[in-house]
Ligand binder design. Structure first.
Ligand code: HEC
Ligand code: HEC
Length: 329
């Protein structure tokens, strides 16, 4: 309960405070709210620890060579540093790999929100990204005695397709970012961030209008907006429009969390911005020239110095929690 005490002492609303505890490190504190798990897949530390192994286990893939983490790497903010990635079966993805940080807060998954639950998303990634026949991959996992013992302990069953999906989803729900220097600043450590980062926050919340969509503390509204990236492309990606069939959703994509964005470039659903500065500049000038672009995006006429301050602020949202990959059984 150490975290709760610190939380109360800093006079922040308790509801907005949560202690995020992972097995291998100390209690951590940020303004992120607690993650809510679905009734049929409650998060437990043992389930998260099992999911952490499956996450890095290439036995789950079609070829036996690729794991979930092959495209979602900790050191790249759980992305892969590529514009577009190649799936286990050799096919190219058409959208840039997003971060896994804070997916537990999202209301729908993928850039276009086509997966309604994290469990549905995990099963799709298992089939498509790592190109597996889940039934066959489950047999491979069930042939590992140490896994059989662990699944029995966590689920009361031998490894099943459903249990593998649930363990991976529970693991991803535990991927809450933080604390970041900005969290420490908000919790009362006045020296945790630079003056530029503080000025950047004011612009972000004020004349930059960024918080309209990148709403703190997760820095996303979980909604979809067209920021003008697809205009003029030979085959525009319909984005959210393909899911809802609504014209106003054409080429709209999910607002990404900006926590740890500084280490997760390149940026946007098409990976078209190479640096954080380029992405911030694009947003600050109101996005691209597309008649269907969100009316919430306008040119905010920011100076180079203000752009740099926004970059300093977003950089201060970078998570620095420890990560140790588990031992595979
Ligand atoms: C070959 C690269 C690659 C691998 C391997 C991979 N992913 Fe992904 N992942 C992606 C891409 C690309 C997307 C975005 C696709 C889209 O939005 O259409 C994505 C999206 C996701 C999302 C949605 C995030 C969000 O913001 O909505 C989750 C969750 C996820 N992957 C989990 C997994 C899991 C679990 C595995 C292993 C079973 C996995 N990924 C393996 C590339 C990969
Ligand atoms: C209308 C809502 C909206 C506003 C306002 C907005 N953004 Fe965004 N932002 C988005 C969406 C949606 C995306 C992803 C769009 C895509 O890839 O097609 C995005 C993407 C980004 C990215 C890339 C993140 C990544 O992981 O790829 C950065 C950085 C960013 N925005 C910063 C800002 C800043 C800084 C501001 C203020 C100057 C701002 N945004 C204003 C909705 C918005």
């Amino acid at each position: 309960m150490r975290g709760a005490v610190v939380c109360a002492a800093t006079a922040l609303a308790l509801a907005a405070c949560a202690v995020h505890e992972l097995k291998d490190d100390k209690p951590r504190l940020s303004k992120l709210p607690p993650i809510v798990s679905p009734a049929d897949n409650p998060t437990t530390p043992e389930k998260v620890a099992l999911g952490a192994k499956l996450w890095i286990d290439p036995r789950l893939s079609g070829s036996g060579k690729m794991a979930c983490t092959s495209c979602h790497l900790r050191e790249k903010g759980w992305t892969d540093g590529l514009v577009l990635s190649r799936r286990d079966n050799g096919d190219m993805n058409t959208r840039h790999t997003p971060t896994m940080y804070n997916v537990g807060y999202l209301e729908s998954f993928y850039w276009d929100g086509r997966a309604p639950t994290l469990e549905a998303q995990v099963l799709a990634a298992w089939r498509v990204q790592i190109s597996a026949d889940p039934a066959k991959a489950t047999e491979r996992i069930a042939a590992v005695p140490a896994y059989v013992v662990e699944f029995q302990k966590v689920f009361g069953t031998p490894p099943t397709q459903d249990a593998i999906v649930k363990a991976l989803a529970a693991y991803l729900r535990a991927k809450v970012s933080g604390p970041s220097p900005w969290d420490r600043y908000e919790m009362g450590d006045a020296n945790a961030v630079s003056a530029d980062a503080r000025a950047g926050f004011e612009i972000f919340m004020g004349k930059g209008r960024c918080s309209v969509c990148h709403t703190p503390p997760v820095y996303t509204d979980s909604k979809f907006h067209n920021i003008g990236l697809e205009a003029g492309k030979a085959k525009p990606d319909p984005g959210r429009g393909a899911v809802t069939k609504k014209p106003e959703d054409m080429s709209a994509f999910k607002t990404p969390t900006l926590r740890s964005a500084a280490i997760s470039g390149p940026y946007f659903h098409d990976g078209s911005a190479a640096t954080l500065e380029a992405a911030v500049r694009y947003m600050a000038r109101g996005g691209g020239a597309d008649p269907n672009k969100s009316t919430l995006l306008v040119d905010t006429n920011l100076s180079d110095r203000e752009i740099a301050q926004l970059v300093a602020f977003i950089t201060a949202l970078t998570s620095d929690e420890p990560y140790r990959a588990p031992q595979l059984p």
